[in-house]
Ligand binder design. Structure first.
Ligand SMILES: [Zn+2]
Length: 320
């Protein structure tokens, strides 16, 4: 009997649920899958339904199939002295922000992301540039940090995570409470003058006069790294320094396709001897270098890890 069962659970319903789990989640609901089972049982009893929603089955399937990897990753996190976390677009999409690169790279069905988020647009098509970034800055008003952001901030406070490097520009790590985040691609939360570099909060960009610098009249732009610009040398150097000192490099929600996203994990593994762990829905080119690869959503994976880290690894998973 699964230990996750609520007290007094109806044996008939329990049997039906376990039967469905065996059919739908995987052929072997074993002792390893208690995380998925507990969550599913809770949701099922709460709903009072005999049918388990498909999205919960999908989560349970991911977690149960990957539970060996989750246990291994929990052990790595426990043992590491310096864990460096690297986050990509997948981290933000779980908060509801679109990933313009993977969503066909289009905005308004006609303009490519690379075309608008560029020095070229800033200098030769400023109205479109402004419209695109006003849209993106406004979008930040409606999103909040997700479970993954919050757990990382908590792990940082508990000393389980030392450095967070991100490709995202939404500032959600800081909003969740993380400190000293290395924003490789800059931030959408502030704007600066292209001519004299004076800066201010991004909310000014949404106002009629906010696109012109109050000091010199130059065009204002978000403090993000545009296509055609180099990364901030200081931030990149700090990220490389962190990678060189890591003994665990944890990638969350990045396909590791673009530089330096693909270079930093290599630096950590090949020059520092770090273990590499990847949580990403899609396969990545660095899978062969990794000790753990979870093809799963970040929030449920980190929540499962957090339960393991909190209750202690010594406790054996319960048998069904
Ligand atoms: Zn200026």
């Amino acid at each position: 009997m699964c230990r996750a069962l609520p007290a007094g659970a109806c044996r008939t319903r329990t049997f039906r649920l376990h039967w469905r789990l065996r059919q739908e989640v995987c052929a072997s609901i074993t002792a390893k899958s208690d995380q998925a089972c507990a969550r599913l049982l809770f949701l099922w009893y709460k709903s009072g339904s005999s049918l388990v929603p498909e999205r919960h089955l999908r989560d349970a399937r991911e977690l149960s199939l990957n539970s060996d990897d989750i246990l291994r990753l929990a052990s790595l996190l426990r043992a590491a002295r310096r864990t460096v976390v690297f986050t990509g677009a997948g981290m933000s999409t779980e908060s509801g922000l679109p990933d313009f690169r993977s969503d066909g790279g289009l905005w308004k069905q006609s303009r490519r992301f690379e075309e608008l988020a560029s020095v070229e647009a800033l200098t030769s098509d400023y109205p479109s540039f402004v419209e695109f970034y006003r849209f993106r800055i406004r979008m930040l008003h409606s999103v909040r940090p997700n479970t993954g952001h919050e757990l990382l901030a908590d792990w940082q406070r508990r000393g389980l995570v030392h450095t967070i490097i991100t490709q995202n520009v939404d500032g959600l790590h800081e909003e969740a409470g993380s400190r000293d985040v290395l924003n490789l691609h800059g931030t959408l939360r502030r704007i600066r003058c292209q001519r004299c570099d004076s800066d201010m909060p991004a909310s000014a960009f949404l106002e009629e006069q906010g696109t012109r610098c109050g000091r010199c009249g130059g065009p204002m732009r978000p403090k993000v790294v545009l296509f055609g610009e180099a990364l901030d040398a200081q931030v990149l150097e700090a990220a490389m320094g962190a990678a060189r000192q890591a003994d665990l490099f944890l990638v969350l929600g990045s396909s590791l396709q673009v530089s330096p996203a693909n270079a930093l994990p290599r630096l950590a593994v090949e020059h520092a001897g770090a273990s590499l762990a990847i949580v990403n829905r899609e396969p990545t080119p660095l899978a062969s270098l990794s000790s753990v690869e979870l093809r799963a959503a970040i929030g449920p994976s980190l929540a499962a890890l957090d339960r393991l880290l909190t209750r202690g690894l010594a406790e054996a998973p319960p048998a069904l």
